[in-house]
Write a protein that binds this ligand. Structure first.
Ligand code: ZN
Length: 149
């Protein structure tokens, strides 16, 4: 894992160690489960909306530092946002970690920019995006578990 050291910034490790919003939300909150078989990451996203606004969001799961930190920071970034803003943020995040927006909409990403280094490690992109795909499933109420494969 020595080659990953550069991208393991302090903030990622800190979130992985002490994830924020790490809890379950009771129904009628939406819930979706995600799995990244490539790495073994598992993530459950809980989502409570009020109209178009994400009133509360939480997660539980097990996985590598990147997947945990990504889920933790996702909950922080999306709480209080509208679902339209959340979708936009997901697009920006996805473009960043897949290395597609060299000069794209980075400003809106804020702290999420610590995951920019993931684009150099294709196998890790799925770790970083698992929580986001799972969030989408929770938002759209898809019953099937999400898998990154
Ligand atoms: Zn992983």
């Amino acid at each position: 894992m020595a080659d990953l050291r550069d991208m393991y910034q302090e903030v990622i490790l800190e979130h992985a160690k002490s994830p924020r919003n790490y809890r379950a939300l009771a129904p009628p909150a939406h819930k979706a489960e995600g799995f990244n078989p490539l790495c073994g990451d598992r993530c459950t996203i809980y989502l409570a909306t009020q109209g178009d606004v994400i009133e509360d969001i939480a997660f539980q799961g097990n996985g590598c530092a990147i997947s945990r930190a990504s889920a933790s920071m996702l909950t922080q970034a999306l709480k209080g946002k509208t679902t339209a803003e959340a979708e936009k943020l997901f697009k920006s995040f996805h473009s960043m970690v897949t290395g597609q927006n060299a000069n794209g909409d980075r400003a809106s990403l804020g702290k999420l920019e610590v995951f920019a280094g993931v684009s150099e490690f294709p196998a890790r992109v799925k770790c970083a995006t698992l929580a986001w795909h799972t969030f989408e499933a929770a938002l759209h109420g898809e019953g099937e578990p999400v898998t990154t494969e």
